[in-house]
Design a protein around this ligand. Sequence first.
Ligand code: ZN
Ligand code: ZN
Length: 172
Amino acid sequence: MNYNVAQLLKEPIGSERAFTITKGESIEYFVPVDSAAGHVKLVRTHHGIWVQASVTAQVSQDCSRCLADSSHTLDLDIDEEYFPEIDVRTGRRMSPPPDWEGLSIGADNLLDVAEAIRQSALAILPLKPLCKPDCHGICDRCGINRNHDECSCYSQNIDPRWEALRSLLVET
Ligand SMILES: [Zn+2]
Ligand SMILES: [Zn+2]
Protein backbone atom coordinates (compact mmCIF):
# COMPACT_ATOMS: atom_id res chain seq x y z
CA MET A 1 0.00 0.00 0.00
CA ASN A 2 2.80 2.34 -0.95
CA TYR A 3 1.82 5.26 -3.15
CA ASN A 4 4.40 7.31 -4.96
CA VAL A 5 3.51 10.90 -4.13
CA ALA A 6 6.45 12.65 -5.83
CA GLN A 7 4.16 14.24 -8.41
CA LEU A 8 1.43 15.16 -5.92
CA LEU A 9 4.01 16.89 -3.70
CA LYS A 10 4.87 19.20 -6.63
CA GLU A 11 1.26 20.17 -7.11
CA PRO A 12 -0.58 23.07 -5.40
CA ILE A 13 -2.25 22.72 -1.99
CA GLY A 14 -5.60 21.00 -2.34
CA SER A 15 -4.57 18.72 -5.22
CA GLU A 16 -5.94 15.21 -4.79
CA ARG A 17 -5.49 11.59 -5.73
CA ALA A 18 -7.91 8.76 -5.04
CA PHE A 19 -7.10 5.06 -4.79
CA THR A 20 -8.92 1.88 -4.10
CA ILE A 21 -7.39 -0.79 -1.90
CA THR A 22 -8.57 -4.03 -3.37
CA LYS A 23 -9.93 -6.67 -1.08
CA GLY A 24 -7.35 -8.92 0.43
CA GLU A 25 -4.35 -6.70 -0.20
CA SER A 26 -1.91 -7.57 2.52
CA ILE A 27 1.57 -6.81 3.72
CA GLU A 28 3.77 -8.93 5.92
CA TYR A 29 4.72 -6.42 8.62
CA PHE A 30 1.09 -5.31 8.91
CA VAL A 31 0.40 -7.18 12.20
CA PRO A 32 -2.24 -7.41 13.60
CA VAL A 33 -4.06 -6.48 10.36
CA ASP A 34 -4.20 -9.41 7.93
CA SER A 35 -5.71 -7.56 5.03
CA ALA A 36 -7.64 -4.44 4.17
CA ALA A 37 -9.97 -3.10 1.52
CA GLY A 38 -11.38 0.35 0.95
CA HIS A 39 -10.87 3.81 -0.45
CA VAL A 40 -8.00 6.22 0.02
CA LYS A 41 -7.84 9.91 -0.75
CA LEU A 42 -4.56 11.81 -0.69
CA VAL A 43 -4.65 15.60 -0.51
CA ARG A 44 -1.67 17.95 -0.81
CA THR A 45 -1.50 20.17 2.29
CA HIS A 46 0.79 23.00 3.34
CA HIS A 47 3.09 20.61 5.22
CA GLY A 48 2.68 17.36 3.37
CA ILE A 49 -0.08 14.98 2.40
CA TRP A 50 -3.30 14.38 4.21
CA VAL A 51 -4.61 10.81 4.01
CA GLN A 52 -8.28 10.15 4.36
CA ALA A 53 -9.23 6.51 4.11
CA SER A 54 -12.25 4.39 4.78
CA VAL A 55 -11.10 0.84 5.19
CA THR A 56 -12.43 -2.52 6.25
CA ALA A 57 -9.64 -4.46 7.89
CA GLN A 58 -9.37 -8.13 8.83
CA VAL A 59 -7.58 -8.37 12.12
CA SER A 60 -6.31 -11.41 13.97
CA GLN A 61 -5.28 -11.58 17.60
CA ASP A 62 -4.68 -14.39 20.06
CA CYS A 63 -7.51 -14.87 22.55
CA SER A 64 -6.28 -13.67 25.94
CA ARG A 65 -7.90 -16.65 27.70
CA CYS A 66 -7.40 -19.69 25.45
CA LEU A 67 -4.73 -18.33 23.03
CA ALA A 68 -6.74 -19.45 19.99
CA ASP A 69 -6.51 -17.24 16.94
CA SER A 70 -9.46 -14.90 16.90
CA SER A 71 -10.23 -12.94 13.75
CA HIS A 72 -12.60 -10.10 13.32
CA THR A 73 -13.46 -7.24 11.00
CA LEU A 74 -12.87 -3.60 11.81
CA ASP A 75 -14.24 -0.57 10.00
CA LEU A 76 -11.63 2.15 10.17
CA ASP A 77 -11.79 5.81 9.30
CA ILE A 78 -8.30 7.10 8.83
CA ASP A 79 -7.44 10.75 9.00
CA GLU A 80 -3.70 11.24 9.07
CA GLU A 81 -1.20 13.77 7.76
CA TYR A 82 2.14 12.60 6.40
CA PHE A 83 5.19 14.79 6.34
CA PRO A 84 7.79 14.40 3.55
CA GLU A 85 11.32 13.85 4.88
CA ILE A 86 12.80 15.20 1.64
CA ASP A 87 11.85 18.30 -0.32
CA VAL A 88 10.79 16.79 -3.63
CA ARG A 89 12.05 19.79 -5.63
CA THR A 90 15.44 20.37 -4.02
CA GLY A 91 16.20 16.90 -2.66
CA ARG A 92 17.05 18.51 0.69
CA ARG A 93 16.14 16.86 3.97
CA MET A 94 13.33 18.69 5.73
CA SER A 95 12.58 18.78 9.44
CA PRO A 96 8.98 18.37 10.50
CA PRO A 97 7.17 21.16 12.39
CA PRO A 98 8.13 21.10 16.12
CA ASP A 99 4.86 19.59 17.36
CA TRP A 100 4.59 17.01 14.55
CA GLU A 101 3.11 13.70 15.63
CA GLY A 102 2.09 12.28 12.29
CA LEU A 103 3.73 9.81 9.94
CA SER A 104 6.38 10.56 7.37
CA ILE A 105 7.06 9.99 3.69
CA GLY A 106 10.52 8.50 3.10
CA ALA A 107 13.22 9.69 0.74
CA ASP A 108 11.76 7.42 -1.96
CA ASN A 109 8.58 9.58 -1.94
CA LEU A 110 6.50 6.51 -1.10
CA LEU A 111 3.60 7.10 1.23
CA ASP A 112 2.71 3.94 3.12
CA VAL A 113 -1.01 3.89 3.92
CA ALA A 114 -0.62 0.50 5.62
CA GLU A 115 1.13 2.10 8.59
CA ALA A 116 -1.82 4.47 9.20
CA ILE A 117 -4.24 1.52 8.93
CA ARG A 118 -2.15 -0.49 11.37
CA GLN A 119 -1.96 2.34 13.93
CA SER A 120 -5.66 3.03 13.60
CA ALA A 121 -6.48 -0.66 14.19
CA LEU A 122 -4.13 -0.90 17.19
CA ALA A 123 -5.77 2.14 18.77
CA ILE A 124 -9.20 0.50 18.93
CA LEU A 125 -8.33 -3.16 19.44
CA PRO A 126 -9.07 -4.57 22.89
CA LEU A 127 -6.05 -5.11 25.15
CA LYS A 128 -7.49 -8.45 26.23
CA PRO A 129 -9.13 -9.91 23.13
CA LEU A 130 -11.48 -12.87 23.42
CA CYS A 131 -12.27 -15.49 20.76
CA LYS A 132 -15.90 -15.31 21.98
CA PRO A 133 -17.51 -13.45 24.88
CA ASP A 134 -17.92 -16.58 27.00
CA CYS A 135 -14.55 -18.20 26.27
CA HIS A 136 -13.82 -20.74 29.03
CA GLY A 137 -10.07 -20.42 28.63
CA ILE A 138 -7.38 -22.93 29.46
CA CYS A 139 -7.42 -24.98 32.66
CA ASP A 140 -4.55 -23.72 34.79
CA ARG A 141 -4.09 -27.19 36.33
CA CYS A 142 -4.07 -29.58 33.35
CA GLY A 143 -3.74 -27.15 30.44
CA ILE A 144 -6.66 -28.35 28.30
CA ASN A 145 -8.68 -25.88 26.28
CA ARG A 146 -11.94 -25.80 28.23
CA ASN A 147 -13.89 -24.68 25.14
CA HIS A 148 -13.29 -28.08 23.52
CA ASP A 149 -12.72 -30.49 26.39
CA GLU A 150 -13.81 -30.98 29.94
CA CYS A 151 -11.56 -31.85 32.81
CA SER A 152 -12.34 -32.70 36.40
CA CYS A 153 -9.73 -30.41 37.97
CA TYR A 154 -12.31 -28.07 39.47
CA SER A 155 -15.33 -30.33 39.61
CA GLN A 156 -17.23 -30.68 42.86
CA ASN A 157 -16.97 -34.48 43.00
CA ILE A 158 -16.13 -35.49 46.54
CA ASP A 159 -14.35 -38.68 47.42
CA PRO A 160 -17.07 -41.23 48.39
CA ARG A 161 -15.33 -41.89 51.72
CA TRP A 162 -15.71 -38.24 52.67
CA GLU A 163 -19.27 -38.32 51.40
CA ALA A 164 -20.03 -41.02 54.00
CA LEU A 165 -18.48 -38.92 56.73
CA ARG A 166 -20.45 -35.86 55.72
CA SER A 167 -23.74 -37.71 55.85
CA LEU A 168 -22.91 -38.68 59.41
CA LEU A 169 -22.28 -35.04 60.28
CA VAL A 170 -25.61 -34.03 58.80
CA GLU A 171 -27.47 -36.67 60.82
CA THR A 172 -26.15 -35.56 64.21
ZN1 ZN B 1 -10.72 -18.05 23.79
ZN1 ZN C 1 -8.03 -29.34 34.17
